[in-house]
Design a protein around this ligand. Sequence first.
Ligand code: AMP
Length: 183
Amino acid sequence: MRLIILGGPGAGKGTQAQKLCQQLNIPLIGTGDILRQAIIAQTELGQQAQPFVEKGELVPDPTMIEFIRARLLLADAAAGWLLDGYPRTAFQAEELDFLLDDLGQRLNWAIWLEVPEPVLMSRSLARKRPDDQPEIVQRRIDLFYQCTIPIMEYYERRNRLLKINATQPLEKVQQELLEKLHS
Ligand code: AMP
């Protein structure tokens, strides 16, 4: 199964992504974590990405798509994968479709963990991390909507958006997700 996961800060994306990958036996490709590790290891990707990641800016598209292409061609991705953090823009969503066409692969679903904005806010504040103050959280939520709504619309138009009510308890979300993926 080939999947993308989308959800705001506090939507439970990390937990759901990990569980789903275990259940489906597919690799979790989280671009943020991969880039951070590449920077520590100072690989070629890391060196290219570093100045952007350090400023919280998007790494240029050619670097990202080249990385995704190489990653999807690794043996462990042959039977499927779950992308977290890519695509980040509607342009990247389109580039991914071109790449998948080229590789002869097809995306099954873009999963949208739907949580109303006030719940995203209260869950994020409950984590009490240093960067979880109300103004900062609000900014992250605003940016998330700004970037992600066009991606959602992109997949909705192509009937590939799978919406899940993620205000429910984690186990319930997991169960509903698996049911919908297999139906
Ligand atoms: P994250 O942990 O998902 O917030 O990602 C950390 C950083 O990695 C971001 O601030 C970007 O600099 C970079 N990054 C992650 N995914 C992408 C992407 N799809 N396109 C461009 N840059 C990305």
